[in-house]
Design a protein around this ligand. Structure first.
Ligand code: ZN
Length: 125
């Protein structure tokens, strides 16, 4: 029993645990990042009211914070969805074509929903 793993099951149990650990870390990091960004925004808005001269720079900083919060929130949602897939046993299957996602891709980016081929098709022109 030392051959290749079956094609439809490219991940081993250890891989699932590793992916779950990575996703949990990522979830905690993103939640902290979002919370910090929101606190920073509140502080900026308070300062904004006090110092009208900096209002342009403050508005720009708040826009940048929103971009960061939006990106972190989107990744957090994908991270939570991947954790759910680990629990319900569908982790590692492409959401579009159902084919197994390459192990290297999943371990590098465990929140990936799609195989490389489907991702390239989707993000094409
Ligand atoms: Zn696919």
């Amino acid at each position: 029993m030392n051959g290749m793993p079956p094609r439809e099951s490219p991940l081993g149990p250890g891989d699932l645990e590793e992916a779950a650990a990575k996703l949990s870390d990522q979830r905690d990091r993103l939640r902290a990042e979002i919370a910090t960004a929101r606190e920073t925004e509140s502080a900026l808005r308070r300062d904004c009211a006090l110092d009208a001269a900096d209002v342009g720079a403050t508005t720009l900083a708040i826009e940048e914070l929103h971009t960061r919060i939006d990106a972190a929130t989107a990744l957090l949602e994908r991270t939570l969805a991947a954790l759910t897939r680990i629990q319900d046993g569908t982790f590692g299957a492409c959401a579009t074509c159902g084919a197994p996602i390459a192990r290297e891709r999943l371990m590098a980016m465990p929140h990936a929903e799609r195989c490389v081929a489907c991702t390239e098709r989707q993000s094409g022109p």
